[in-house]
Design a protein. Sequence first.
Length: 140
Amino acid sequence: MVNPAPTPPAWRALYRRLLKTGHELTSDRRFKFYTFQHHLRKAFSPSIVTQSSTHNPSDQYNRGQRTLRFLKAAKKPESIERKVFDNLLFMRRQIDRFEARRPYLTRMRKSADNDALREVFHEYNTLVDHLNQSQRLALP
């Protein structure tokens, strides 16, 4: 039997719990929280939350629950989850800064540097996808 799709209040409660846990994890730096909040909002956009052709909503909700457990485990200062979380936020901020750059700044840089950065960011996105698939998480 297929699990029923979670109700909108359940999604809101999950979002609030994830946001609160993320705020507790990023209380030392404001920009970390804004980066986390921005990508959490993208992950909970209406097009993602509603049923799509490729994902079951209850499976996505379960991934959200697993992500919440991952973030709660990251609250421990010396845990591996904490190190992974901090590195994910650092790289996500670097990607956002690179993509938000004005075109003339990108042109001023050597194209080899831009290509190298794009390759690094592509490898990062691949790594996050593998982490999400192997641990069945929903890290943005």
